[in-house]
Design a protein around this ligand. Structure first.
Ligand code: GLU
Length: 471
């Protein structure tokens, strides 16, 4: 039976790299009828916060990994098992596989002549017993090699002589992460450990612990590091890394899932946009590649646009909801009209790449006055715009209020100014919506209605004349 696990530490927002690890584990569990164990590694009490645990569960749910799914088991908490970790440490001591050590870092540095060399084995044969302040070290074999069977990396070989006698319990008796992580995997019956590459260097040590505890180690799979456009490892100080932030900016969970699945894996053909179910069926951990995976926000954004366009009209309206109300929406409570929005939504749906952009497409409908954007104004209002707007205003005062009529009226006015429709539209669009880009103009005007359109044209004319007098 396949049993995989996802073992995050609750120290902050949910990293997209963690999301990828979780998804790969999930795919492996689900495609094999196996189990996905969630284990919260919360023993670092200085850095852990309980609220981050809920954040992890919520983030997993957002990408389709639900606690309600039969494949899901847990969450377990590492902190509940500390006694078990202590016992394992003592078991290794009793079996002669570990020894107490009272060396200080300074002493070690003095002996080896460097701060960076591993432990030199000074206490190996001293036969020290436990006393406060003495660390427990694992006695690594001097000979032979540890071969890590890794489904992604092949079979990296680590000569045992190069693996130092590492600490498994601190001077206060508390077990270290390396051991706790192994003991939990062992107790939870984990068969495959799929995790980020940063843990690869720990793996030979962990594999030795598995053996010393009398168990057969799991199969490992270390996923390639995720890098930014400068090929630097994605870091929360430098890059946007929190899944919550992406969702908050209007990336659809389905687009995130699709994109994250492709960070180091592909289905083997040219397809990229694919429903999760299909990827779950095709995913093979052996096909994950070793080279760093570039987290390309532009590509993710393009994916998101595709996912937005693929939504049904109702689903699109529902997905926009968080951006249409306070505190996000720039209009006051009560100004929003769901009927008007439903009419305009299909026009916006084909244009958005992020859901959060929706407000800037539709705010002209719900604000008393359009936003004023200096750059748009400067771009659209050329010499002669004032006369053009005046003539449009005259035509629109009596035009039939219907897109084709509004278009033909503007075409006629534009021609009289020697302007093609595109050029003639620009000042009208900025006067009415505040921006140079937006929804199709004539449909927008139809929805806005004659009175508000004329009032905005008047306001723009006034602004132009005021600018002229002041300059
Ligand atoms: N708690 C570790 C981390 O968040 C996970 C270690 C593992 O997956 O084995 O990096």
């Amino acid at each position: 039976m396949v049993r995989v696990r996802f073992a995050p530490s609750p120290t902050g927002m949910f990293h997209v790299g963690g999301a990828r690890s979780a998804l790969y584990n999930w795919a492996v569990a689900r495609q094999s009828g196996g189990t996905f164990v969630l284990r919260i590694e919360d023993t670092d009490t200085a850095r852990n916060r309980p609220e981050w645990t809920q954040g992890i569960i919520d983030a997993l749910a957002a990408i389709g990994i639900s606690t309600a799914d039969p494949a899901f088991e847990g969450p377990y908490f590492q902190s509940d098992n500390v006694e078990r970790h202590r016992k394992a440490a003592l078991q290794l001591y009793a079996a002669g596989r570990a020894y107490y050590c009272d060396c200080t870092r300074e002493q070690l540095t003095e002996r080896t002549g460097s701060e960076h060399l591993g432990y030199d084995g000074f206490c190996r044969e001293r036969g020290l017993e436990f006393a406060e302040g003495r660390a427990l070290r694992f006695r690594t074999p001097d000979e032979g090699e540890t071969v890590v069977e890794d489904l992604v990396r092949g079979k990296p070989i680590f000569p045992n002589s190069a693996i130092e006698d590492f600490v498994i319990a601190r001077g206060d008796g508390s077990p270290v992460f390396l051991l706790a992580n192994v003991v939990d995997d062992l107790d939870e019956g984990i068969t495959q450990v799929i995790r980020g590459e940063e843990h690869l260097s720990n793996t030979p040590k962990q594999q030795l612990l598995w053996g010393a505890l009398g168990a057969r180690p799991p199969v490992w799979a270390h996923l390639p590091v995720i890098v930014n456009e400068k090929r630097q490892k994605l870091s929360k100080r430098r890059d946007k890394v929190a899944l919550e932030d992406y969702l908050g900016d209007g990336f659809l969970p389905e687009a995130m899932v699709n994109y994250l699945m492709l960070l180091g894996w592909g289905p083997g053909d040219d397809r990229e946009i694919m429903p999760y179910k299909e990827m779950e069926r095709l995913f093979r951990i052996e096909d994950v590649n070793t080279s760093p995976a570039f987290f390309d926000v532009k590509k993710l954004t393009a994916f998101n646009g595709e996912y937005i366009r693929a939504l049904s009209a109702e689903a699109f309206i529902a997905a926009c909801a968080p951006w249409l109300t306070e505190p996000y929406a720039p209009w006051g409570a009560g100004a929003f009209d769901a009927g008007v929005f439903a009419t305009v939504a299909p026009l916006a749906q084909t244009r958005l790449t992020l859901l959060s952009e929706i407000t800037s497409y539709v705010d002209f409908l719900f604000l008393d006055e359009p936003v004023f954007d200096e750059a748009s104004w400067a771009k659209a209002m050329k010499p002669g715009s004032s006369e053009l707007l005046r003539n449009v205003r005259t035509a629109y005062a009596s035009a039939i209020w219907q897109p084709d009529e509004l278009k033909s009226a503007l075409t006629t006015v534009g021609e009289s100014h020697g302007l093609k429709l595109g050029k003639a539209q620009a000042p009208v669009r900025v006067a009415v919506t505040g921006r140079t880009v937006g929804l199709p103009l004539f449909e927008s005007l139809e929805l806005l209605g004659r009175d508000r359109t004329l009032a905005r044209l008047d306001a723009a004319l006034l602004r132009i004349s005021q600018n002229q007098t002041s300059s």
